[in-house]
Design a protein around this ligand. Structure first.
Ligand SMILES: Cc1ncc(COP(=O)(O)O)c(C=O)c1O
Length: 383
């Protein structure tokens, strides 16, 4: 059975050309700056993003961490979105390893933070407060439906940062998806950031690696931070070779992933019991909700809960029971839904009660979208 793995674009396997480039790569010791393939990847990464210099790192998480640690000293503060990857999924690295204080403000559904919110989060110069040092943006925004930040917004956030004496870091794990979705040169999205990280190992399909880009001075300092974290690699050209193919050959085809995601979303919007806002789908990430059974049961239990509110202590316990049952039902339904799809060879992620994510990528062809939609229809009909 063919497996259609829509959990993430990180499941992509290297292309045949990448494997060939990896086996033929010219190598040296990159910690000595002597790996020609890594040096070449760093040059083209800097050039494409319009920065003076770039550095290969093993992962996006390490790239973001290196940038936080390079920008900020202990007890300094970073302003970032409450839905950001750096806040949710990077194991609290900036706090654990850098003593950096995250200051969380609301991400709007389109992934932006309101400029007024950023402005009012910047600390006054007062001995009681941590010093604000950095603002982090995320483009595309993973938890906000893969939404795209436009250049005008990025430039305005950077102007605000400059006015308040701060730097801007861009978590651009999928920055090329944003550029392709907007049909613009990626430099329009990177020009206002003091540092950025982008991933080679997501939609661009390289097996390992992310790039940190910035001024020559910033990257020189970031190399020291990478070394502290144990991220200095030796014959890194093996992975850099795949990264070069990723940058040179895999960017334009991201448009295909975006079309597949949109078609998938439109298909889901026509299936009874599933709910999706297709207008939110701009790139390769889609989120949808499971309504059937789950919601009805939830609503039933909510009504019961309301009735019970007016009654005695005894009934309060029942209310609690009902809440637990609702929660249980949600988890059971989600699990059953995933298992039934899995039996049909379709994989996706459950990111909360009745809430699911699918990501299109190089390993997903347009025919897979039809197969996935058919499987979803069958599962919802119980066939
Ligand atoms: C927006 C964003 N930033 C950073 C990362 C971290 O990348 P990595 O998995 O390479 O550590 C991810 C990974 O999914 C991501 O989606």
């Amino acid at each position: 059975m063919r497996i259609i793995d829509l959990r993430s674009d990180t499941v992509t396997l290297p292309t045949p050309k990448m494997r060939e480039a990896m086996s033929n790569a010219k190598l040296g010791d990159d910690v000595f700056g002597e790996d020609p393939t890594t040096n070449h990847l760093e040059e083209i990464s800097a050039e494409k993003t319009g920065k003076q210099a770039a550095m290969l790192v093993p992962s996006g998480t390490m790239g973001n961490l290196i940038c936080s640690l390079t920008h900020c000293a202990r007890a300094e503060e970073v302003i970032l979105g409450n839905q950001s990857h750096m806040f949710h999924y990077e194991a609290g690295g900036m706090a654990a390893l850098g003593g950096i204080h995250p200051h969380i403000i609301t991400n709007q559904p389109d992934g932006k933070m309101l400029l007024a919110d950023i402005d009012s989060a910047v600390r006054a110069d007062d001995v009681h407060f941590p010093r604000t040092r950095l603002i982090c943006l995320e483009n595309t925004h993973n938890r906000c439906s893969g939404s795209v930040l436009e250049p005008e917004y990025c430039d305005s956030a950077a102007a605000l940062a400059k006015r308040r004496g701060l730097s801007v870091h861009l978590d651009g794990a999928r920055i090329f998806n944003a550029a392709v979705a907007l049909g613009i040169d990626v430099q329009k999205l990177t020009r206002s950031a003091d540092s950025l990280m982008f991933c080679l190992s997501k939609g661009l399909s390289a097996p390992v690696g992310s790039m940190v880009c910035g001024s020559s001075e910033f990257i020189a300092e970031a190399r020291r931070t990478r070394k502290i974290l144990g991220g200095g690699m030796r014959q890194a050209g093996i992975i850099a070779a795949a990264g070069i193919v990723a940058l040179e050959e895999m960017v334009d085809r991201l448009a295909e992933d975006h079309i597949n995601a949109k078609n998938l979303a439109v298909g889901i919007s026509q299936i009874d019991g599933l709910s999706i806002d297709t207008s939110k789908v701009q790139t390769n990430i889609i989120y949808f909700d499971l309504l059937q059974d789950n919601r009805d049961k939830t609503q039933d239990n909510r009504d019961k809960t309301q009735d019970n509110r007016d009654k005695t202590q005894d009934n309060r316990d029942k209310t609690q029971d009902n809440r637990d049952k609702t929660q249980d039902n949600r988890h059971k339904t989600d699990e059953q839904f995933l298992t039934k799809l899995d039996e049909k060879g379709i994989k996706m992620l459950n990111l909360g009660p009745a809430h699911f994510r699918m990501v299109t990528h190089y390993g997903i062809k347009s025919a897979d979208i039809d197969i996935t939609l058919t499987a979803l229809i069958e599962v919802m009909k119980g066939t």
